[in-house]
Every structure is written in C-alpha cells, then in structure tokens.
Ligand binder design. Structure first.
Ligand SMILES: Nc1ncnc2c1ncn2[C@@H]1O[C@H](COP(=O)(O)OP(=O)(O)OP(=O)(O)O)[C@@H](O)[C@H]1O
Ligand SMILES: [Mg+2]
Length: 240
C-alpha cells in the first residue's frame, strides 16, 4: 500500500530565507509521527504546505496518493488540522461553531456529530458561551473537536496541547490515542513537550533550520545519542 503522506525534496523559500531545505519523508497509515525542533525550525511551515495553505518553492507533496495542491479539495476531505492558533468566528458559541464547521465539511448528521464531540472533548459546560470568552486551553479543546468533525484519516496537530493544564493535556492525549486505536488514523504532531512526544509518537522527525537532523523512535534516539531522555536529545540537537 502507498504511504499516506509522501514528501519529496521539498523546499520553501520566504524571499531570500530558506525555511524548508530539501525535505523528504513519508507517513504510513496509523502512524503517530512527532515533528520536533526549536522555534523557527520550519515545523508550522511544513504543516501549512501539507494543507495547501502555502505553496512549495520546489519539490512534491502527495497525500493519499494525490498531489497537493492540484487535488487539494479531495485531500482536505480526509485531513484535518488543529492548533492553539487556529481561527474561528469568535462571536459564535462553541456549539454553533462546531455545527457550522460540520455543515461546511458536509458531515452526515452534523448536529449529532457536534454534540458528540462537545461531550468527548469535555467542552459541554461552555458550549453556549461566546467562543472569545473561552480560556486558551478551552479553545484548544474546541479546535481539536473541530478537527475531528470530518472523521479525518490524517490529523495535523500543531502544538495541540500547548495551552492546556496538565490534567486536560493528559486527557487530550488519551482521547487522541483512543481515536487513533479506534480508527487507525495517522497523526503528524508537533510539541515542545518532550514527555508528551515520548508518550505519543512512534517515530520522531527532528528539524533544525529547515532540515531533518535526526529521526527514529524516541527510544532509538535516546539510545543513539546516549542521553537520559528526549529532552536532553532535543537540547543537544538544538544547540548544535
Ligand atoms: N510568511 C512568512 N514569511 C517570512 N518568513 C516566514 C513566514 N512564515 C515563516 N517564516 C519563517 O520561516 C521559519 C520557520 O517558521 P515556522 O513557523 O515554520 O517555525 P516553527 O518550527 O513552527 O517554530 P515554532 O516552534 O516557534 O512554532 C522562521 O524563521 C520564520 O520566521
Ligand atoms: Mg510553529
């Protein structure tokens, strides 16, 4: 079977600055891949290219065997994205927002789907306040609920737990793992929480200045660099 995501010799320049420098990799069905790297490494830029929000300068991207951006419409049916920095209409309530997005995505039985996700992400209590009144951790859960509406086969998660308290972050990881088990979905996951990545990711891609400088399972990387944990591996690679 073909890889779910295939990237070949990808380059992205912003003017004279090369943010993504000749990246190639693939993601297999059911994999949770951690995308790590210091601020400015190029993680968000890479995710935005996978979503077709920005265009590569060079190289090829395909998802589900279809080229991005040519087949963007069809690809986006099967992908979703969450980050603490996602935008949605702030004057609507979370309940209204989820229902609007469910209709936009063409989800079957959109209202039931929205209600189920309000419960699952534990935002039921705040479902009828204005979205702008949510705390940042509450908003992250809403963003994740939005990302699950279309039952995606690939979830792109850009620091999904960034503003969550430890309790909610842990619950969120458990929900994501559950969903991954139930539906076998793949995830590309960025985080600055190395403990989280050790728990979640079967494979880690470590980026620095637009290139991959190391990859492997968290265990293998820790062993390879002879460090006690992934945090120390991160510090070593980021300071090179
Ligand atoms: N639209 C843009 N125009 C110019 N430069 C950009 C643009 N978007 C990103 N960059 C630059 O590309 C580099 C990579 O940025 P990116 O946001 O991908 O980093 P990141 O790995 O997600 O970092 P962080 O951990 O801080 O989220 C940075 O140097 C950034 O300034
Ligand atoms: Mg980023």
């Amino acid at each position: 079977m073909a890889s779910l995501v295939e990237i070949s010799r990808l380059v992205k320049d912003f003017g004279a600055y090369r943010a993504i420098d000749d990246l190639s990799f693939s993601i297999e069905p059911g994999e949770i891949v951690g995308l790590l790297g210091p601020n400015g490494a190029g993680k968000t830029t890479l995710i935005h290219m996978l979503l077709g929000l920005i265009l590569p300068t060079q190289g090829r991207i395909s998802l589900f065997g279809m080229p991005m951006p040519e087949e963007r419409q069809a690809i986006l049916q099967r992908v979703n994205f969450s980050s603490a920095y996602v935008q949605m209409p702030m004057s609507l309530t979370p309940r209204q927002n989820l229902k609007v997005f469910a209709r936009l995505y063409g989800v079957e039985r959109p209202d039931q789907r929205a209600e189920a996700l309000l419960r699952r992400m534990e935002i039921y209590d705040m479902a009828d306040r204005r979205t702008r009144a949510l705390s940042s951790g509450q908003f992250s859960r809403l963003s994740l609920a939005k990302a699950l509406l279309n039952d995606p086969q690939l979830l792109l998660l850009d620091e999904p737990t960034a503003s969550m308290d430890p309790d909610i972050a842990e619950k969120t990881r458990a929900i994501l793992k559950e969903i991954q088990k139930e539906r076998g979905i793949s995830m590309l996951y960025t985080s600055h929480n190395m403990r989280e990545v050790e728990i979640m990711a079967s494979r880690v891609l470590f980026m620095h200045r637009g290139k991959f400088v190391a990859q492997g399972s968290p265990k293998d990387l820790i062993a390879h660099f002879a460090e006690p944990d992934l945090e120390k591996v991160f510090l070593r690679l980021a300071r090179q």
